[in-house]
Write a protein that binds this ligand. Structure first.
Ligand SMILES: *Cc1c(COP(=O)(O)O)cnc(C)c1O
Length: 843
């Protein structure tokens, strides 16, 4: 097998198309040396690799600046409708390579660094991920920013600048350990603090009557300090802004201590206010009703809305510069998209600003609010739905609670009008849940306060209408929509898989980067041996490169000729990593029973973080590691089966793993995964999928045809029927000997001889109260995996399917998703025009 090309060698090939002009290369070298000298204050004798990375990042960032200023100037002049994407998470990953690619300066930068005798790949590895997200929801926000900029939309991301992002996962003594993600330790060359735009945010206090209406007084103030991050569009000279808020204590915070003379304590206590933006809550699809989290959500919404209204008022309309005071125009000039209910306090906050501060009537303010806001639902899992205790809102946001009560009063009047005397409907649809501790149902608030509500894949949007929000659908059917998720082809193909990008571009040109539907064109070569060979060669190189990384970072040797069977995503019971583990144990038992039987060699990799407080998820990781230890150290098994737990799965690791995958595991219980986006990344990179008819898998199967995907297991309807009939795990356990053996081994400590009860809680869940029906899908899963193994032996068939997968991935570009949001929700059109290129200063 040939040694894989380095990315540097790859980039040289690409640079045959994108010529590196000599003067560009020289300008970059000069700029780099200037930054090393003036910004880093180092010379080449004492500079560390990190100094070089930072000098390089500043050099590349300089290319953004004129475009950034000019884009914002252009928006001010043209005054287009602005799109505001509000999210508690933006899972951005690294910026350096993405910026170079979108700006089209990768070749001259590569050449410049090469001439300077530096290894650009080594420097790129020194950039910390911006891990301000948990999983799919946060990564979706990041992909959307890339698409909105690439489609020329006047869009802004708004979120929190967490000082600590998603924790780093370490595997210690066979289990997950969390380490704080101190990502800002060495500074962040991409951001620009804007202390001049600091905004006061109020908490606590009380509400009084005044001649001008209700007033929120005696509040505690925390400042929101904005940090702007550039979001470059692909090859269009657009640079949008992601504005992240950081909490800053006011100068006079706790001044009363001053008077008591405890100056030191007063200064120390400033930390309390600044804790608001300290750390990302590490829960994926789980609501943990912590007071600090509620403060984070309000802090982000309140700062953002003040900013939105300031920009709305300051807009230049026509040729006149004036203060815009007529809020009737707000829905024509502003669209606010709520990424789940996490930013849903934007609704009562906008009402408060319009009614209490701007003096609009309730009715007028409500019309404007509903027309401006739209809500995206991301899950139907009950444990994930936000339901804040009324008592908590009453103390932290007393005026907002009043507003929510009034919204509810008018909403329930509408319900009563539609269904007179129907108390069940009233109770089910109320924004306030009255059974047990009183709580505000934030999804209900979001639906009522929005003109559009969308799910994130067709099946999910149907479930929302038929089940989760059935009553609301019957009240306002016109609000409900579907917007199937997507991923940006820039990061998830062009950046992470340059080899495959080249093979595709050689056949169909480069237009797929902005019109992913064009990938269809490669399907006509699905059976072409030459094209198959080219695709296979790239996959083999990617696998070899991952194998080298695994050997270096994980000290494990893998067989690159084996099938790379990969399951990476957050660890959650509904995602069923435990089902995958049961397949591994089944394969192991088969090998042990019949060591000479032919089987398709596999390297099965599972990766993902468990929320620190999610005991079952952590136990599942522990089981995978225990099984891996037994399997990998059994000489009978040899090269046939290797099991690897991929530590610290994150955006940057996804970019390395996914291009090397042969098989993608997307095996959630039907009806539980709203969309998934990991599934799309694998498809785009030529892996085949084994999956259930859940989330976007359904539409993937539709795009490529059932011949090109391994679908197994219960449908949503079958899951519902099983729930109705009553699920009994024993029905499956007692009738399938292979399954029985697997469950018994988990139960009796086969994989944990030093602690035979270690995994009893997992076998108890499986047999007694499994909400995700693993045993009901086990047999179908194993059968389908056997089929996968057989097809893998037929290389031509496998490659044909892989090419059909890539060729069918066009629908899953986030560009398509964003165009749909623009058309159906925001009333904003994409623009494929390039802004004029600024003259780059060349010092
Ligand atoms: C895409 C992505 C996810 C989402 O994966 P799913 O399989 O859709 O859950 C999670 N984490 C990271 C780092 C990702 O890149």
């Amino acid at each position: 097998m040939s040694k894989p090309q380095t990315d540097n060698e790859k980039r040289k090939q690409i640079s045959v198309r994108g010529i590196a002009e000599v003067e560009d290369v020289n300008a970059i070298k000069k700029s780099f040396n200037r930054h090393l000298h003036y910004t880093l204050v180092k010379d080449r004798n004492v500079a560390t690799p990190r100094d070089y990375y930072i000098a390089l990042a500043h050099t590349v960032k300089d290319h953004l600046v004129s475009r950034w200023i000019r884009t914002q100037q252009y928006y001010y002049e043209k005054d287009p409708k602005r799109v505001y994407y509000l999210s508690l998470e933006f899972y951005m990953g690294r910026s350096l390579q993405n910026t170079m690619i979108n700006l089209g300066i990768q070749s001259p930068v590569d050449e410049a660094l090469y001439q300077l005798g530096l290894d650009i790949e080594e420097l790129e590895e020194l950039e910390e991920d911006a891990g301000l997200g948990n999983g799919g929801l946060g990564r979706l926000a990041a992909c959307f920013l890339d698409s909105m900029a690439s489609l020329g939309m006047a869009a802004y991301g708004y979120g929190i600048r967490y000082e600590y992002g998603i924790f780093a996962q370490k595997i210690v003594n066979g289990e997950q350990q969390e380490e704080p993600d101190d990502w800002l330790r060495f500074g962040n060359p991409w951001e620009k603090a804007r202390p001049e735009y600091m905004i006061p945010i109020n908490f606590f206090g009380n509400v009084i009557d005044t001649p001008k209406g209700r007033k929120w007084v005696n509040t505690q103030v925390v400042f929101a300090l904005p940090y702007d991050n550039p979001i470059p569009g692909y090859n269009n000279n657009v640079v949008n802004t992601l504005r992240l808020w950081s909490a800053k204590s006011p100068v006079d915070f706790n001044l009363k201590f001053f008077n008591d003379g405890d100056y030191i304590q007063a200064v120390l206590d400033r930390n309390l206010a600044e804790n608001i933006s300290r750390v990302l809550y590490p829960n994926d699809n789980f609501f943990e009703g912590k007071e600090l989290r509620l403060k984070q959500e309000y802090f982000m919404c309140a700062a953002t809305l003040q900013d939105i209204i300031r920009r709305f008022k300051a807009a230049k309309f026509g040729s006149k510069e004036a203060i815009r005071t007529n809020f009737d125009y707000l829905p024509d000039k502003v669209a606010i998209q709520l990424n789940d209910t996490h930013p849903s306090l934007a609704i009562p906050e906008l009402m408060r600003l319009l009614v209490d501060v701007e003096g609009l009537s309730w009715e007028k303010a409500w019309n404007i609010t509903v027309k401006t806001c739209a809500y995206t639902n991301h899950t139907v899992l009950p444990e994930a739905l936000e339901r804040w205790p009324v008592s908590m809102l009453e103390s932290i946001l007393p005026r907002h609670l009043e507003i929510i009560y009034h919204i509810n009063f008018l909403h329930l009047k509408n319900v009563e009008k539609k269904w007179p005397g129907n108390m069940d409907r009233m109770r089910d649809m109320s924004l306030i849940e009255e059974d047990g501790e009183k709580r505000v149902n934030m999804a209900h608030l979001s639906i009522v306060g929005s003109h559009a509500v969308n799910g994130v894949a067709r099946i999910h949007s149907e479930i929302i209408k038929d089940d989760l929000f059935k009553n609301f659908y019957e009240l306002t059917p016109e609000k409900f929509q579907n917007k199937t998720n997507g991923i940006t082809p820039r990061r998830w193909l062009l950046l992470c898989n340059p080899g495959l990008s080249d093979v595709i571009s050689d056949k169909i040109g480069e237009n797929w980067v902005v019109h992913l539907d064009e990938l269809q064109k490669i399907k006509k070569w699905a059976k072409d041996p030459n094209f198959q060979r080219a695709i296979m060669k790239v996959k083999q190189e990617n696998k070899l490169k991952l194998a080298e990384l695994l050997e270096k970072d994980y000290k494990v040797k893998v067989n690159p000729a084996s099938m790379f069977d990969i399951h990476v995503k957050r660890i959650h019971e509904y995602k069923r990593q435990l089902l995958n583990c049961m397949h591994i144990i089944t394969l192991y038992n088969r090998i042990k029973k019949n060591p000479t039987a032919k089987i398709t060699p596999r390297t099965i990799m599972i990766g993902g973080k468990a929320a620190p407080g999610y005991h079952t998820a952590k136990k599942i990781i522990k089981l995978i590691l225990a099984v891996a230890k037994v399997v990998n150290n059994d000489p009978i098994v040899g090269d046939k089966l290797k099991v690897i737990f991929l530590e610290n799965y994150r955006v940057t690791l996804a970019e390395k793993i996914i291009p090397a995958a042969d098989l993608s595991e997307q095996i959630s219980t039907a009806g539980t995964e709203a969309s998934g986006t990991g599934n799309m990344k694998f498809q785009l990179n030529g892996a085949l999928t084994i999956g259930t008819l859940d989330g976007a898998n359904v539409e993937m199967a539709e795009e490529m045809g059932l011949d090109n995907i391994f679908i197994f297991g219960m449908t949503v309807e079958e899951v519902e029927a099983l729930k109705k009939k009553g699920y009994n795990a024993n029905d499956y356990y007692s009738t399938n000997p292979e399954l029985k053996q697997v469950v018994d081994q988990i139960q009796n400590g086969f994989f944990s001889p030093e602690n035979p009860n270690e995994f009893r809680d997992l076998s108890d869940i499986l047999m007694k109260w499994d909400r995700f029906f693993l045993l009901a899908d086990y047999e179908a899963y194993i059968k389908k995996q056997d089929e996968v193994g057989a097809v893998y032996q037929n290389q031509a068939k496998w490659l044909e399917m892989a090419i059909n997968n890539i060729g069918s991935a066009g629908k899953f570009s986030s560009d398509r998703t964003i165009i749909e949001y623009g058309k159906d929700i925001w009333n904003v059109q994409p623009s494929y025009e390039k802004l004029p290129a600024p003259h780059e200063p060349r010092d």
